[in-house]
Ligand binder design. Structure first.
Ligand SMILES: Nc1ncnc2c1ncn2[C@@H]1O[C@H](COP(=O)(O)OP(=O)(O)O)[C@@H](O)[C@H]1O
Ligand SMILES: [Mg+2]
Length: 291
């Protein structure tokens, strides 16, 4: 089946600084790194590298061919990504100081300009048994989720960045909610209990992850693998992409959790977001090496 992803695309620009700039100050960076990020792009890369057939629905600036190229190179179908001459690709300016503190500015850019009619031909091909991934970094969430759910496409929603109004709006059309520990706490708190969905994937960083089947009231847990952590950016997206790719292959929940935990463990040993997501062969090799 197909995994559709109404997904944000961001360019992450990280600047290393001796200290955070003060108002009015001009400061030279001591280091710079540019990479592909955005929760949507990360999830598309993860699901495609896990071996799934993934179609990305999103937008980027004409000038940023490398961004789309990187998705295509990993096997993501990028033919429905809208290319703009007059909109910036979504981006994040990340400031990192010597104390390990970070400050981040995000510009949604093209991610927030999506229109339903741009995806007409993709929508026409959505069918029962497919998955639709969404995160809270694009517009058009409610519109597309509604259409997908009507066709029995299972909608998997990452409620991040967390916004209760955005969540409430899509909730009637969601099958699975994917959140980290902090988001899960806010969600249960603000909804006053469990959401009315099929299941919840909750990742807990170094504590591992769990899937709660809310229809059968069953809990599945997986511990995190012990690895040397370098950078946890995008760990949750890597987990979610691998998890859904496994479900799409009809693997059971425990296998899907284990594969996703292994993929996310490898991801955190590498610097970067999308670029650091491992391929299936690497994840299988890693699992084979575990006793
Ligand atoms: N320190 C770590 N060691 C091993 N695995 C980790 C570590 N941090 C995160 N992971 C893996 O990545 C998954 C997602 O991380 P988490 O921090 O929960 O998500 P998010 O990136 O959304 O905040 C975890 O469930 C775990 O499998
Ligand atoms: Mg985290």
């Amino acid at each position: 089946m197909t995994i559709w992803n109404l997904g944000s695309i961001n360019i992450d620009k990280a600047y290393r600084l001796r200290h955070m700039p003060r108002p009015g100050e001009t400061l030279a960076a001591t280091g710079f790194h540019k990479g592909l990020g955005g929760k949507g792009a990360n999830q598309s890369l993860a699901a495609a590298r896990a071996g799934a057939s993934v179609v990305h629905l999103g937008a980027a600036a004409r000038a940023d061919d490398w961004v789309v190229g990187r998705l295509t190179a990993s096997g993501v179908d990028t033919t429905h990504i809208v290319r703009h001459h007059d909109q910036a690709t979504g981006h994040a300016i990340i400031l990192l100081d010597d104390e390990g503190e970070n400050s981040i500015v995000i510009h949604g850019g093209a991610n927030r300009t999506l229109q339903l009619d741009q995806f007409k031909s993709a929508i026409a091909r959505m069918k029962g048994g497919d998955f639709l991934l969404m995160q809270n970094e694009t517009n058009l969430q409610v519109e597309l989720a509604q259409i997908a759910a009507k066709r029995s496409v299972r909608v998997v929603y990452s409620a991040a960045p967390f916004d209760i109004d955005a969540l409430r709006a899509v909730l009637p059309h969601i099958s699975i909610i994917a959140v980290n520990e902090g988001e899960a706490a806010q969600l249960t708190d603000l909804l006053g209990g469990d959401p009315d969905v099929e299941g919840m994937l909750i990742t807990r960083g170094a504590e591992g992850a769990e899937y709660r089947d809310l229809r059968d009231d069953r809990h599945f847990q997986v511990p995190a693998f012990a690895v040397d952590v370098v950078d946890t950016t995008g760990a949750g997206d890597c987990f979610a992409g691998y998890f859904v790719a496994s479900l799409d292959r009809d693997e059971d929940i425990p296998s899907a959790l284990r594969l996703a935990a292994a993929a996310a463990a490898l991801k955190v040993t590498r610097r970067g977001a999308g670029d650091a997501i491992p391929k299936l062969a690497e994840v299988e090799q890693f699992l084979a090496e575990q006793s």
